[in-house]
Design a protein around this ligand. Sequence first.
Ligand code: 13P
Length: 252
Amino acid sequence: MAKRPFVAGNWKMHGTRAELGNITHVSIETETIDEVLVALCVPATLITRAVAASPGFLIGAQDIHHEPKGAFTGSVSAQMVKDAGAKLTIVGHSERRELLGETNAQVRAKAELAIDAGLKTILCVGESLAVRETGQALNFVGDQLDASLPDMVTAPIHLSIAYEPIWAIGTGKVPSAGDIEAMHARIREVLERRYGEGAASIRILYGGSVKGSNAADIFAIDGVDGALVGGASLAPDDFMPIVHAAAAAAKD
Ligand code: 13P
């Protein structure tokens, strides 16, 4: 792996105070694993407690609103999650795009607000099974990314892209190595066209049914710089093997 790998967990709508110990566990175990950047994106309600319990460990949010502030009942802003102690946020997750109808323009606004707030940002893209079956996945994701990327002349610092095919999320299905490689290459092309040479610093993560059992194979694919992990990030016994696989890939 050319870059220091980044393995981020996305807890989705799981986790209360009772699970804080899982975060501390991962934070302690990863302290000595310098080869990998590790983060956990927890529910907004847990951010402050997680940061207090594991100072120095990278805690992230899972979403922010596309406006900086205002009358948006129930939403949280980039500045709010930063104030709570998050150093990172996910934007554009397919569960929000698909279930809540979030648009590329909103995702772009979120990414811009997150970057302005100094948050590391993981911007998610990915195609549905229907799109994959039409053979248009590369074009679909390329266009989706192009329309979701922050409008900046130089490459945004601390931006990562997560390629998460919707049909691979929580299903145990993973695209072939060739399909992942081709998609990451397409994403890299779009990044280079938009940001020039600076795009080289942007990591491209894979997400969708990443487990300890398939992580090494996924990290061996050209163009994969890490993973965004859902279900297997909830328990340290499932998550740590993925981090170790990334560490091993970093040494190759
Ligand atoms: P799973 O790892 O549970 O498939 O979820 C992937 C995901 O959506 C991470 O954001």
